[in-house]
Design a binder for this molecule. Structure first.
Ligand SMILES: [Zn+2]
Length: 306
């Protein structure tokens, strides 16, 4: 079982992309393709397949306003924010295609396309939220193929690099007095009715990942955990996280939900999980989380281990 948004098919050429001549050659390559992002949404055709534009489709866009993602079997791939397209180019993209939330389309995409679109979306979000120097507040500009930004004030020249916010996500199990092992899932108010997912939370500065797991489960559900073990990770550019998946064992069963964080939390047996409906299903009953999420991966891995 693999996680969506992993398995990047492009070679990032992290060293070569810093060479402006090398980069320019990739940009003018006829095989070069461009993925466009508008307000956090990726560009898809009417069948919700990703659109890779040619350079002539976005002829007004300068190299400095693109982000080099890498080179795949079919050539170089760049990402571009639709704000850099001319009005006519943007209008054409909006009329012929559509901008959609990757979370909505992700489950049906190939692993390759999902990884490329997530990478482009993540970097464009970072650029759009780091337009000014964090140290002096002056304008900074994209450099090194879009993988860094440099403050334009001569006396400052502070460099900023893309950020990823680490978040832990964990499946907690407990063997009850009846001999049955159950896992702990919670739900947030904003989710569709019936959806329960693994608990999760952001890592604080000065905290190890294992400490975050222990703290989050205690804060959200009032349960102490032990035997925290890393399982897998997933880039989650919604807007800028990496999800680090763990397993843990609960020391007690009594749940005390923090209503500021969760709507509810419950213990589920493997059998109960197997009867859950799909995310998006209407009607009563419990539902699974998104099929492209690491939460689903953690739950299904736990089910399979029983
Ligand atoms: Zn500065």
């Amino acid at each position: 079982m693999a996680l969506k948004y992993t398995r990047m098919p492009l070679n990032r050429y992290s060293k070569e992309r810093k060479d402006s001549d090398w980069l320019c050659q990739r940009f003018v390559d006829e095989a070069a393709r461009f993925v466009v992002v508008q307000s956090g949404r990726n560009l898809f055709d009417k069948n919700l397949q990703p659109v890779y534009l040619e350079r002539r489709d976005i002829a007004s866009v300068e190299l400095k306003n693109t982000i080099f993602l890498g080179i795949g079997d079919r050539g170089p791939v760049f990402a571009v924010d639709s704000v850099f397209l001319s009005e006519a180019e943007r209008e054409l993209a909006e009329t012929e295609y559509c901008f959609e939330d990757l979370r909505k389309v992700g489950p049906t995409l190939t692993f390759s396309d999902a990884a490329v679109l997530a990478f482009g979306k993540g970097l464009i979000h970072w650029h759009s939220t780091h337009r000014f120097c964090g140290r002096c507040g002056c304008k900074n500009e994209s450099i090194e193929a879009g993988h860094s930004r440099l403050c334009q004030r001569q006396e400052c020249q502070h460099r900023t690099f893309p950020r990823t916010d680490p978040a832990v996500i964990m499946i907690v199990e407990h063997t009850f007095a009846d001999g049955v092992t159950r896992c702990l899932l919670g739900r947030q108010k904003s989710w569709p009715d019936g959806v329960y997912s693994t608990l999760a939370g952001f890592v604080d500065p000065g905290e190890s990942l294992e400490e975050t797991v222990v703290r989050e489960v205690k804060e959200e559900a009032g349960i102490d955990v032990t035997e925290v073990k890393y399982l897998a990770s997933q880039p989650w550019p919604f807007p800028s996280s990496i999800m680090l998946g763990f397993t843990a064992k609960a020391l007690s069963a009594e749940i005390q939900v923090d209503l500021d964080e969760l709507d509810d939390a419950k213990w589920f047996t493997r059998e109960e999980l197997s009867q859950q409906g799909e995310w998006g299903d209407k009607g009563p009953g419990f539902k699974k989380t998104r099929s492209d999420s690491i939460s689903r991966f953690l739950v299904e891995s736990w089910q399979a281990a029983g």
